[in-house]
Design a protein around this ligand. Structure first.
Ligand SMILES: NC(=O)c1ccc[n+]([C@@H]2O[C@H](COP(=O)([O-])OP(=O)(O)OC[C@H]3O[C@@H](n4cnc5c(N)ncnc54)[C@H](O)[C@@H]3O)[C@@H](O)[C@H]2O)c1
Ligand SMILES: [Zn+2]
Length: 361
């Protein structure tokens, strides 16, 4: 079991990563003393598959609970769904000491976090992430979010959970697409901050792709440590330290958008974005070609695409201007100077960015 602390003074919390640990969640919550009545936000699949285990663990610790299921889609990150959920929390809350459990992937985590941030001006909540992406990324750091028709994640607040409880057992039912999405973020952490993790991913591919719980715990532990460290130092993204977590995302988001959010999913697009970013790092002389090839090879090893198909270059370039890392005409890209060493570079020439995107076609 890995235990990691996100150090934020009074708002500090633990991340627990383990195998088959859901039976212990009730006990852990009892010790945390954050409430006696759990409002669990989840979806039907997760409730049917894992709900009984969770329920048993809470019951054994004397915690009262109710399940609230939402639709299994990004559409659940809406003001409409949040409004329904908040009213249900209020119904459940009468004469109780309620806290919220986000039991699901990033969609449920973002929605539940938002509900917790506004109900009674802030209610305790914990994250029980069930996707690889949520365990290594979205459940940590306190970014809560809803989408608007005009854009993703436009509504939300920074609001920290009281605990992140990652049981790798849940990952057994993820399909390859969902695993690939998470792996892209895992590779991202390795490339920007952890050369050891990078080598581990290279050498332990077989174990990881066969779902070894030990290997999964290792990589989730490593990524959680990195995200905990960065978000401890720059909780609200005001110091720019969190920026490096956007590695591969500027071009990645542009690829997602230019493909109409259909051609490539987030993880695939980030994989391609990371290859463009390391190629650009090589063009700028920050790294040797061998290093960029090594990154590309790792991305390929985990089944993510390494060649961009059927998305026109000019559409990607146009879309990348909308990235939030652009202010006015100045751009700011996360590149690398070695494996495990991110570097923020400003005002990169457009022709070089084009060349980097072209290098993945
Ligand atoms: N808050 C943050 O810091 C942050 C960071 C990154 C991404 N996000 C958000 O996270 C969301 C994406 O998260 P995601 O990739 O986890 O997607 P998701 O929550 O939509 O989950 C993907 C799919 O996996 C299913 N699923 C979940 N757990 C499962 C399990 N154990 N077994 C089988 N199926 C399971 C879900 O029902 C869903 O169909 C996006 O909305 C994104 O904006 C937030
Ligand atoms: Zn991402």
């Amino acid at each position: 079991m890995h235990k990691i602390t996100v150090n934020l003074g009074m708002r500090s919390y633990k991340i627990i990563v383990g195998r088959n640990i859901t039976g212990q969640l009730g006990k852990v919550l009892k010790r945390l003393n954050i409430g006696s009545d759990a409002f669990i936000i989840t979806n039907n699949f997760l409730k049917n598959k894992y709900g009984a285990k969770l329920a048993q663990s809470l019951s054994a610790a004397g915690i009262n609970f109710i399940f609230k299921t939402v639709l299994d889609s990004e559409k659940s990150k809406s003001i409409e769904t949040a409004s329904i959920v908040i009213k249900d929390v209020a119904k459940f809350d009468r004469k109780k000491k309620v806290f919220i459990i986000a039991f699901g992937g990033g969609v449920i985590g973002d929605l539940a976090g938002f509900v917790a941030s506004v109900y009674k001006r802030g209610t305790n909540y914990i994250q029980v992430p069930t996707t690889l992406l949520a365990q290594v990324d979205s459940a940590i750091g306190g970014k809560t979010a809803l989408d608007l028709a005009s854009g993703k994640n436009l509504v939300g607040a920074f609001y920290q959970p009281r605990l992140v409880f990652s049981d790798v057992e849940f990952l057994k039912t993820l399909d390859n697409k969902q695993l690939g999405s998470g792996m892209a973020e895992v590779i991202k952490y390795a490339v920007i901050k952890d050369a050891k993790l990078f080598t581990y991913l290279e050498t332990r591919h077989k174990a990881l792709s066969s779902g070894s719980a030990h290997a999964l715990m290792e990589i989730i532990g490593s990524c959680s440590r990195i995200k905990a460290l960065i978000t401890s130092k720059d909780e609200k993204e005001s110091l720019g330290l969190r920026t490096i977590l956007n590695f591969g995302h500027t071009i990645g988001h542009a690829i997602e958008a230019a493909g109409g959010y259909k051609r490539y999913n987030h993880g695939q697009a980030v994989g391609l974005g990371m290859i463009a970013a390391v190629n650009l790092s090589a063009v700028l002389g920050l790294i040797d070609r061998k290093v960029s090839e090594r990154v590309k090879d790792l991305i390929e090893l985990y089944g993510l695409p390494v060649k961009l198909k059927n998305v026109p270059l000019d559409k990607i370039i146009k879309a990348h201007y909308y990235d939030k890392k652009f202010s006015g005409k100045e751009n700011k890209l996360v590149l690398i100077s070695a494996i495990g060493q991110a570097k923020i570079v400003r005002n990169v020439r457009l022709d070089l960015i084009k060349q980097a995107v072209n290098s993945i076609v």
